[in-house]
Design a protein around this ligand. Structure first.
Ligand code: NAI
Ligand code: 15L
Length: 279
C-alpha cells in the first residue's frame, strides 16, 4: 500500500497521544485528532466517544490509516472495559470497514501476556541481560493479568478477524511502558522511549503487507525481556536504551525480587495490585 499521509490518531489527549502528536508530524503525517475529551490548543480535534458509531464514521472518512490509542489504559470494571475497549474498538473497525480504511496500528499491551514469568539472566536474578534464546517470543500463550489485558486480547483478535474477513491490515503493538523516562526497575526492561514510540508507529504505518502482525514495542533496552524481531522486521530500528537510568532506579528501589509476586511476571504489579482507571 502507498505510504499513508493522513492519519486518524484516537486517544490524542492521553499521555501517549500527546507525545505522539508532538513527534509524528516530523515523519510527514497530517494527523486528525480524536478523543472523548477536548484537547487544549487543538480546536480542530474531534471530540467523540468510541461509543458513537456515527461520529467514528465521519472521523475515519478519507484518512489513509488509523493509529488507535483511545480507551481505558489501566484496570477497570469489566463493564467499563466492555464499553470502551471492546465495543469501542469494534465500532472503530466497523467505521474503517465502511469507509474503506486499509491500515490500522493498534495499541495492544504487554498486559495480554502479563502473567508470563519474566526471564531471568543466566547469571541469576540480578543478572540484567537475558540471552537471546530466553527472550519471550511473540507466540507465547496469552496470559492476561487483568480485565484490561483481556480487553487488549480482544483487540488483537478483532484485528485478526478484520484482516481475514475484510482485508484491513493491522499491526497490534504490545507496548511496554511508553513514558518520557522509565520510572521503575521493571520499566528498565519494558521501556519504550517516546522517540522509539514514534519510530515503531511509523514502521507499522509504512511496512508493506503486514496482514495482521502482533509485535512487542519497546526500546533496545539492555535488560529487555522480549523478542523485538517482529517489530524490527517491519523496519523498526530502536535507538534508545533505558540503561542510563538503571543505577539510580536500582539504588532507590532495589533489584527486582523473583520471589515477590509483583516482580515475578512481565506484567509486574498489574498481576497483584493493578493501577485502576480513575474515571
Ligand atoms: P491514557 O489513559 O493517557 O489515554 C487514553 C486516552 O483515551 C484518553 O485521552 C482518554 O480520554 C481516551 N479515551 C478513553 N476512553 C475513550 C472513549 N470511550 N472514547 C474516546 N476516547 C477515549 O493512556 P496512554 O498511556 O496514552 O495509552 C494510550 C493507549 O496505549 C491505550 O490504549 C493504552 O492501553 C495503550 N498502552 C499504553 C502504554 C503506555 O505505556 N502508555 C503501554 C501499553 C499500552
Ligand atoms: C499499560 O498497558 C498501561 O496502559 C500503561 O499505563 C503502563 O502501566 C504500562 O502498561 C506498563 O506496563 O507499564
Amino acid at each position: 500500500m502507498a505510504a499513508p499521509r493522513t492519519v486518524l490518531l484516537t486517544g490524542a489527549a492521553g499521555g501517549l497521544g500527546t507525545l505522539m502528536r508532538g513527534l509524528l508530524p516530523a515523519y510527514g503525517y497530517e494527523l486528525r485528532l480524536l478523543d472523548m475529551v477536548a484537547i487544549e490548543g487543538e480546536p480542530d480535534a474531534i471530540k467523540a466517544d468510541l461509543a458513537d458509531a456515527e461520529a467514528l464514521r465521519e472521523a475515519v472518512r478519507g484518512v489513509d490509516a488509523i493509529i488507535h490509542l483511545a480507551g481505558i489504559s489501566l484496570e477497570s470494571s469489566f463493564d467499563k472495559l466492555l464499553r470502551a475497549n471492546i465495543q469501542g474498538t469494534y465500532n472503530l473497525y466497523e467505521a474503517a470497514r465502511a469507509e474503506g480504511v486499509r491500515r490500522v496500528v493498534s495499541a495492544s499491551s504487554n498486559h495480554v501476556v502479563g502473567f508470563t514469568p519474566r526471564p531471568i539472566g543466566a547469571g541469576g536474578p540480578t543478572d540484567p541481560t537475558i540471552d537471546a534464546a530466553s527472550l519471550i517470543p511473540i507466540g507465547t500463550p496469552r496470559r492476561p493479568d487483568t480485565f484490561y489485558g483481556l480487553s487488549k486480547c480482544f483487540g488483537e483478535d478483532l484485528a485478526s478477524l478484520y484482516w481475514d474477513l475484510h482485508g484491513i491490515e493491522t499491526v497490534s503493538i504490545r507496548i511496554g511502558s511508553c513514558f518520557p523516562e522509565p520510572a521503575t526497575v521493571r520499566m528498565l526492561s519494558v521501556w519504550l522511549s517516546p522517540a522509539d514510540g514514534a519510530r515503531i508507529l511509523h514502521a507499522a504505518l509504512t511496512a508493506e503487507d503486514v496482514e495482521h502482525s502482533v509485535v512487542y514495542g519497546s526500546s533496545a533496552n539492555t535488560r529487555l525481556w522480549w523478542d523485538l524481531s517482529g517489530a524490527r522486521a517491519l523496519g523498526y530500528e530502536p535507538q534508545d536504551d533505558s540503561e542510563p537510568y538503571a543505577a539510580r532506579l536500582i539504588a532507590e528501589q532495589g533489584e527486582l525480587d523473583p520471589a515477590d509476586p509483583a516482580h515475578a511476571n512481565l506484567g509486574g504489579a498489574f498481576c497483584t495490585d493493578p493501577p485502576v482507571w480513575p474515571h
